[in-house]
Design a protein around this ligand. Structure first.
Ligand code: G4P
Length: 528
């Protein structure tokens, strides 16, 4: 197959949801359709069970599984599909944000009974900001839940989306009869024992046809006719361009557990979802079809085995092909590196491959060369943007608890930060180190990993910080900036990239500072 055809048949996407909405179940059903796995239960959920905060085995288990399920690739109808795993647990939200820099589209799973939940709101906001094409899948239709129209309203209001249903449920919960597929103009009927079988599909090109009444009864048929009329009246017709630009989001209904509505979702997905998209670098826009390779690191995973300290860096190929044993430029270090065993990912395994194409993910063994956001190219000096750090939610001083092991401690902290486990800030005033994280769970992960992988011990001390704001002085020579540096010295720190950060101790103090120094800009992400 030609190089261009290979790229054009790739679809790289992520499934995002609030925990428990059914992301793992849907992923598994998609893999079943692709023939990539043979039985249900093969994809392990990587979620951390509630109340497991202190269970280190759980953390280790999670790390193991998340390597295994980081990228799940399979073929369906000639299309190569790469699903990038996104942890649902909110303490790992930053990992998910970063993974979203490597996807070309997303599917958002929503639980019909719970509606739009907090985690979904945050993740969709990131997708919206980046104009990532979104398909919504409303799951668990076999259970009682919210009215379909109310739910569509909620999706529009809370997620700020503009939706158009491409399928519509016939009843719900106990009365759930099936799905009318607006996209394909046919009906799938639900029968309780359909768990393993893929339903037969009945073409209904005209909803007025008496056959519909025969299939689902007069009452349901009339309700469906009214509802579809409403759908056509309220929502815009599907427009692929608008979807690809992130302006219109198609919605599907189904039940992942019962394998219902999943094939319809997948068939529509491969038809409309984008092939690998161009990506902006600081220097220029790079298109996937360019023959020279380029890519960036969006995730780093430490080896589970403490005796082998190497790590796996996940690289999204933006353009060209990645070839084994070919030297590539590590732009930040300005040196060429060769990779003798790049991993490609399949449903449940990874394998060494000779060639991978734009859109694919390769896993590179790394002994400490990479950090998140690094760019690799065939020689051109370009830097991909868009793997920002977000302001952490929690802040603690980190102290060395074993003075004989300070070298190990610093090395450990350094490497864990490169992996993106948390963020390190160094106070300007006294050089003390502060660890900022998205969730409290990370502190335990860091402490545990420092001890088990680096032989170092640490303790934490609370620090009252509301938000970390990256400071953009506009003019670093201005009197206003100099005054800010002098007056706020106690609250200033440098991040790992040596960027200046203001650690505001309250919402109020941040507001007051913004008012007092109007020419300075305070950002909640490191990229502005
Ligand atoms: P997540 O990855 O988004 O966290 O969710 P996951 O797929 O693990 O699903 C969460 C729970 O919801 C699971 O039940 C799963 O079986 C159930 N579920 C998923 N899809 C459907 C559906 O269409 N209908 C119904 N009724 N349930 C669904 P669990 O009891 O937490 O786990 P398990 O013991 O079944 O694995």
């Amino acid at each position: 197959m030609s190089f261009l055809k290979e790229i054009q048949r790739r679809r790289t996407f992520g499934i995002i949801s609030h925990p428990d909405a059914g992301k793992t179940t849907l992923t598994e059903k998609l893999l079943l359709f692709g023939g990539a796995i043979q039985e249900a239960g093969a994809v392990k959920s990587n979620k951390i069970k509630k109340g497991a905060t202190s269970d280190f085995m759980e953390i280790e288990r999670q790390r193991g599984i998340s390597v295994a399920t980081s990228v799940l690739a399979f073929e369906y109808n000639g299309i190569k599909i790469n699903i990038l795993d996104t942890p649902g647990h909110k303490d790992f939200a930053e990992d998910t944000f970063r993974t979203l820099t490597a996807v070309d589209s997303v599917i958002v799973v929503i639980d019909v009974a719970k509606g739009v939940e907090e985690q979904t709101e945050k993740l969709v906001e990131v997708c919206r900001m980046r104009h990532i094409p979104i398909i919504v899948f409303i799951n668990k239709m076999d259970r009682e839940g919210k009215d379909a129209f109310d739910l569509l309203d909620e999706v529009e209001q809370k997620l700020g989306l503009s939706v158009t249903p491409l399928s519509f449920p016939i009843g719900m919960g106990y009365d759930f009869k099936g799905i009318y597929n607006i996209w394909e103009k046919n009906i799938n009927l639900f029968s309780g024992d359909s768990r393993k079988n893929i339903e037969e599909t009945i073409e209904i090109s005209d909803l007025e046809s008496p056959e519909l009444t025969k299939l689902i009864g007069e009452k349901s048929a009339n309700t469906l006719r009214e509802e579809i009329e409403l759908v056509e009246g309220i929502y815009p017709p599907f427009d692929k361009e608008a979807y690809l630009n992130g302006q219109l989001q198609p919605v599907f209904f189904g039940s992942a557990l019962n394998n219902f509505g999943v094939r319809e979702l997948l068939d529509c997905f491969i038809e409309i979802a984008p092939k690998p998209r161009p990506k902006q670098s600081e220097e220029r826009l790079v298109t996937p079809e360019e023959d020279k390779f380029s890519g960036f690191v969006f995730k780093i995973h430490a080896n589970m085995d403490p005796n082998h300290r190497d790590r796996l860096a996940f690289v999204k190929i933006v353009s060209g092909t990645f070839e084994r044993n070919k030297p590539y430029l590590h732009v930040r270090h300005g040196k060429k590196l060769k990779f003798s065993s790049p991993n490609a990912f399949f449903a449940e395994k990874k394998e060494i491959v000779d060639i991978s194409y734009a859109g694919d993910i390769v896993g590179l063994h790394d002994t400490g060369n990479f950090k998140i956001g690094d760019t690799l190219t065939e020689g051109e000096v370009i830097n991909y943007k868009g793997v920002p750090s977000f302001s952490p939610e929690h802040f603690r001083y980190i102290n060395n608890a074993d003075p004989l092991k300070s070298k190990q401690l610093f090395k450990g902290i350094d490497q864990l930060m490169d992996e993106g486990v948390a963020q390190l800030f160094t106070l300007e005033l006294n050089g003390r180190k502060v660890i900022g994280t998205v969730g409290a769970l990370q502190y335990e992960v860091i402490q545990y990993r420092l001890e088990h992988e680096y032989g170092a011990k640490c303790t934490y001390e609370n620090l009252n910080v509301y938000k970390a704001c990256w400071v953009d002085p506009k003019d670093s020579k201005s009197e206003e900036y100099k005054d800010f540096i002098r007056v706020k010295q106690r609250f200033l720190a440098k991040d790992k990239q040596n960027q200046l950060v203001f650690l505001a101790d309250s919402h109020f103090s941040l507001e007051m500072t913004q008012q007092k120094y109007p020419s300075l800009k305070f950002h909640f992400t490191s990229e502005f």
